[in-house]
Design a protein around this ligand. Structure first.
Ligand SMILES: Nc1ncnc2c1ncn2[C@@H]1O[C@H](COP(=O)(O)OP(=O)(O)OP(=O)(O)O)[C@@H](O)[C@H]1O
Ligand SMILES: [Mg+2]
Length: 265
């Protein structure tokens, strides 16, 4: 009986989305102004799913992510991660920002081990984990370098490794490749997909790059601005790409045109 009950509970847990946002609104109150940044946003992300949020500048993408991360409070609505109401930051939710956020006084390895040290892991355990992620992001040779010695793409690889090293259930990424040149961006996209497939993390990825959202994600939420809200949910898991190459050009172009028309509107 006890065993059956436990497996039932696990089943129920699996069925509920990892991230569940319902009726989320955010109002910024400034001295003379009341600004409605998000209005009645509802979205969900299933366990191990890769979902993008796409939208014009100022539509509230970062606001959604900051609320999910527990860095900012909702004005109204429900925000649940793994069945729990978000009340503040947690190591279960890793965050990667657009600007490079390495600790400049720490080496690459120390940056990656930062959260592990906070958790009280011993040096040997920390090294095992940092070795794994240094290899995964291809920075073994730079373990002892400092941020200022690295290129933008390398810094973002460290930031991803640092987030992943904490084994978060959810990875929240706010335009992480926005500042990179086209070629570096492309290789980072491939790297992220590789890591996602290996680690099976649930990812919320913010971008305003349509190609990027179609390439990376299984589903896309398209947003509108003023007030920020979801205008459409798009299934992007349609075999557009195979082994990282675009194979269904017609469908890709159709979807891209459709998204462009949504964004224009
Ligand atoms: N602390 C704040 N006080 C007042 N208004 C804010 C604050 N933070 C954000 N806003 C406003 O809320 C809106 C949404 O901001 P947000 O940063 O979420 O947009 P975004 O979609 O991430 O834009 P971008 O693509 O440019 O990063 C913007 O109009 C912004 O001016
Ligand atoms: Mg933003």
């Amino acid at each position: 009986m006890g065993v059956a009950l436990k497996s039932e509970i696990i089943q129920v847990r699996k069925e509920q989305p990892e991230i569940d946002i319902r009726g989320l609104s955010k109002v910024y109150q400034t001295k003379n102004n009341r600004f409605e940044a998000l209005k009645d946003v509802s979205l969900h992300v299933n366990n191990e799913e890769f979902v993008s949020i796409l939208g014009p500048s100022g539509c509230g993408k970062s606001t959604i992510l900051r609320i999910l991360a527990g860095l900012e409070e909702a004005s109204s609505g429900n925000v649940r991660v793994a069945g729990h109401e978000v009340t503040g930051p947690s190591a279960e939710r890793g965050m990667v920002f657009q600007s490079y956020t390495l600790f400049p006084w720490l080496t690459v390895r120390e940056n990656i081990e930062f959260g592990l040290k906070l958790k009280g892991l011993k040096a040997k355990e920390r090294k095992e984990i940092s070795d794994k992620y240094l290899e995964l992001v291809g920075l073994e040779r730079f373990a002892n370098s400092y941020g200022k010695e690295l290129s933008g793409g390398m810094k973002q690889r460290v930031a991803i490794a640092r987030s992943m090293a904490n084994s978060p259930d959810v990875l929240l990424m706010d335009e992480p490749f926005g500042a990179l040149d086209a070629q570096t961006k492309q290789s980072m996209q491939h790297l992220l997909l590789d890591i996602w497939k290996k680690e099976k993390t649930t990812i919320v990825f913010i971008t305003h790059d349509i190609d990027e959202s179609l390439f990376l994600s299984q589903r896309i939420y398209v947003m509108d601005a003023r007030p920020g809200r979801i205008s459409e949910e798009i299934d992007a898991d349609l075999g557009l790409f195979k082994d990282g190459e675009l194979v269904d050009v017609d469908r890709f172009m159709k979807m891209k045109k459709h998204i462009i028309s949504l964004l224009k509107h």
